[in-house]
Design a protein around this ligand. Sequence first.
Ligand code: SF4
Length: 319
Amino acid sequence: MKAKYKHIFGPVPSRRFGRSLGIDLVPFKTCSLDCIFCQLGRTTHKTVTRKPYVPIESVLDEFTDWFNSGGDADYITLSGSGEPTLHSRFGDVLQFIALKTKIPSVLLTNSTLFHLPEVREAAVHADVVKMSLSVWDQTYFQHVNRPHHELDFEKIVDGMRQFRNHYKGQIWIEVFLIAGVNAIPADVQGIAQRIQRIKPDRIHLNTAVRPPAEDFVTALSGRELNQLAPLFHPIAEVIPDFHTDLTEHGQFNENAIVEMLQRRPCTADQIGKAFGMHLNETFKYLGELLKNNQIQVVKKNQNKFYTSVNHVPDRAAYL
Ligand code: SF4
């Protein structure tokens, strides 16, 4: 199966966004951070340079084709292989979506470029801006998010606050909590105090329910997250996929993936290519299958392979 589009993917089932069409504006994996919990793996191109990483005309053509073919989704999300605000024309994409459809748009951003006025001005065209903030100072920023060397934590928080002052849409903030790293109540209170200055409409708590970039990253339980949620104002919502929420299409993909992994171990990239899915969508299914103990991760030659739990290991199969 070959993917029809290069820059758009899905719609992917999502607990927060229902059926979400993804628009990917940067090549894999271009980001200003290299978070230890990133489900896409380590950042291969760490940068703060803003430029047209992919041709905007191709993105808009693909979106128009999808829309004119009867495409429908609950949200259209700028997300994908890295940080979308690195694309110097992400605001034009948001404006095009608003002209073309009434489907709400979401900007999924790590917020590191919000100290730049041009990024704040472009972001106002999204209906929802979902930012992330999982630390309380520069030291932990470096430990957890491993930022580009030019990034300054205080400047970023100030940029987020300035954006709040003139943006009329919804700001949601995601906090990613990791056992033994940033999840004791004193840590979480520090994060909550920072977030309070930004006055978000909603706060979401997430944890490592999908394979993270670094093996030492471990998830909190749903109970632990629920205990920490009241430390935030407004009270945070616990959002990891502890509950399965898959469409019929998603269930079909899961079964097909398991069948393939019973025959041969594959990397996430290989699975995505086999099913014509974007890596984000692939990780969504792999996360569900891992959670339900239907597949497992095996490390070989510094690569992560996924296999069915019924698969009998065979060294040659990993080559
Ligand atoms: S989690 Fe997001 S911000 Fe962090 S490295 Fe991955 S893509 Fe970048």
